[in-house]
Design a protein around this ligand. Structure first.
Ligand code: FAD
Ligand code: SIN
Length: 533
């Protein structure tokens, strides 16, 4: 089965939906989502979106804070590009119907604060900003006559000219993707004049994560296999505060809780953050997560505590209604007591290398949002800069596509997916076992604190798993679990290789073998696939 669109957007978070809405008055767009449309990290975003909106704030200050959090690796052109477009991105969201929390006085909207920000500049919808953004964009997308939504469809691989015509002497360009419809297990060939990867991050590569199940790094793995370079995969962000409870599945406790005064405490009730950084609870995330990890290991404790109870019930219920309710369901009343928290994998700072127009190494292939490496975040993303990046690059990509798409009008004869040599799996357990094993050793060996020995151990294991998964993939019908496992294994390998290349500690990459930052190592870790041209 084959279908044709002007633009194929893989991913339906804020990046994918925003890009579609900016394109759809001019072009026919397909949006592919491997779950239901709203499922992805965006929906769960809590704290808000950083932008310079207050008269007392400045673009220069937002740029400088981003740069400091990024520990020397932010690309200054990207930071300026994103920060300058912050205000218009927020206004666009308001036009789409997004209702941000209002202020009691002064500026019409309430602005909160998070780690690394020297001003209040995070606009939010209480503590469910992502839900408010995603639901409004979803409504607009579903109403648009030129946008066709394919839910429960998972992209398998990109179709490129090099693969299709088996030659590498002309520039490689993207022609679409093979997509598995998981409702009926059929594989559809989506031909498109242009393809946008908006597939989110890869934090599911770790055992404990704040992310939903969709974050399996599919876009990064697909782009890598197709011949795109990826960069800075060693910089995995661990959010300092997820609820510690066996049933809470790493439920996030927003950094805005600390922004509004929340204190981190040891199990005996004593504060500890100012021992690690003068900015204490509001130091950038890498520093706070590492401090918590250090104290937990020092004390042999399963968690530390986060206390906001002193702000009073009315304040807490107004600012953090979702966190308050969710914690209650686990037996914690945050208006009365400190709650147990631990770090968990949260954000993928590296990704598919893309330029200021969101173009990748392959023509007519764009990467936006968390799957992309735009150069904004450097070695550590500052809080609430992610949704901002998604909004800005989704629009930039759409503008570039609208200007350049007329160049690409060729129709291709693409062979259907060939499943003639595979059979039903006789050992599904291999897939689930490998999923568990991979996520556990990534957590144990490639987590907040690394060493050469741990990385080497992880590399040996991932080499073996990659081999086994390849074998399995070549012999059995594909399922979404198998596709995700294959992608997670690719991404894990890219993370380990990148971490092994960086012989220093910087931002989110901390290793006991090279514990200081080396001034001369101010460069990105760029990995190049064998089929890169
Ligand atoms: P996502 O929203 O993750 O969407 C990815 C999409 O890709 C999904 O639709 C998924 O189904 C689809 N997809 C993936 N692979 C495939 C495939 N193979 N085939 C088809 N579809 C596929 N950032 C902030 O700036 N502010 C915050 O307050 C904030 N809070 C957060 C709270 C939580 C709990 C989490 C997890 C993250 C938070 N972040 C926050 C980070 C931010 O939410 C994400 O980085 C951002 O939303 C990513 O958007 P995206 O569109 O790139 O990807
Ligand atoms: C949070 O609310 O703490 C998450 C913010 C972010 O990841 O940017």
């Amino acid at each position: 089965m084959q279908t044709n669109y002007d633009v194929l957007i893989i991913g339906s978070g804020v990046a994918g939906l925003t890009c579609a809405l900016h394109l759809a008055d001019h072009l026919h767009v397909a949006i592919i989502a491997k779950s239901q449309l709203s499922e992805g990290s965006t929906f769960y975003a809590q704290g808000g979106i950083a932008a310079v909106l207050d008269k007392k704030d400045t673009l220069a200050s937002h740029i400088e804070d981003t740069r400091i959090a990024g520990a020397g690796l932010c690309h200054s052109d990207t930071v300026a590009h994103v920060v300058k477009k912050g205000k218009s991105a927020i206004h666009w969201l308001i036009e789409q119907g997004v209702a941000f929390s209002v202020a009691e006085h002064d500026f019409p909207y309430h602005l909160t604060k998070e780690g690394g920000h020297s001003h209040r500049r995070v606009i939010h919808a209480a503590d469910t900003t992502g839900k408010e953004v995603e639901s409004n964009l979803e409504k607009k997308v579903r109403q648009h006559p030129h946008i066709h939504v394919f839910e429960q469809h998972i992209a398998i691989d990109l179709i490129t000219s090099h693969k299709l015509y088996k030659r590498q002497d002309t520039p490689n360009y993207c022609i679409g993707a093979y997509i598995l419809n998981t409702n009926n297990d059929t594989i559809i060939t989506f031909q498109a004049r242009c393809t946008v990867l908006a597939t989110g991050g890869a934090s599911k590569v770790y055992l404990y994560t704040s992310n939903p199940d969709t974050s399996t790094g599919d876009g990064i793995a697909m782009a890598w296999r197709a011949g795109c370079r990826v960069a800075n995969m060693e910089f995995n962000q661990f959010h300092p505060t997820c609820l510690y409870h066996p049933k809470a599945k790493s439920f996030l406790i927003s950094e805005a809780v600390r922004g509004e005064g929340g204190k981190l405490l040891l199990p005996d009730g004593s504060p500890f953050m100012s021992k690690f950084d003068p900015r204490a609870e509001l130091a950038p995330r890498d520093i706070v997560a590492r401090a918590i990890d250090h104290e937990m290991k020092r004390l042999g404790s399963s968690n530390v505590l986060l206390d906001i109870s002193f702000k009073g019930k009315a304040f807490i219920q107004k600012h953090f209604p979702n966190i308050y309710q969710r914690c209650l369901t686990f037996g914690f009343d945050i208006t009365q007591e400190a709650i147990p928290v631990v770090p968990a994998a949260h954000y993928t700072c590296g990704g598919i290398m893309s330029d200021l127009h969101a173009q990748t190494d392959i023509q007519y292939l764009y990467a936006i949002g968390e799957t992309a490496f735009s150069g904004l975040h450097g070695a550590n993303r500052m809080a609430s800069n992610s949704i901002l990046e998604c909004l800005v690059f989704a629009k930039t990509a759409a503008e570039h596509i609208l200007q350049h798409l007329h160049l690409n009008t060729t129709e291709h004869i693409i062979p259907s997916w060939d499943a003639s040599r595979v059979t039903d799996s006789d050992e599904e357990v291999v897939v689930s076992h490998n999923w568990d094993e991979l996520r556990r050793f990534m957590w144990d060996y490639v987590g907040i604190v690394r060493t050469n020995k741990r990385l080497a151990r992880a590399k040996r294991r991932i080499d073996l798993l990659l081999h086994e998964i390849d074998d399995y993939y070549g012999n059995f019908y594909i399922t979404s679990d198998l596709l995700e496992l294959r992608n997670l294994a690719t991404v894990a390998d890219l993370i380990i290789q990148s971490a092994q290349q960086r012989k220093e500690s910087r931002g989110l990459h901390y290793t006991l073998d090279y514990s200081s930052t080396v001034e001369d190592s101010r460069y990105d870790t760029v990995l190049t696939p064998h089929n890169f041209t």
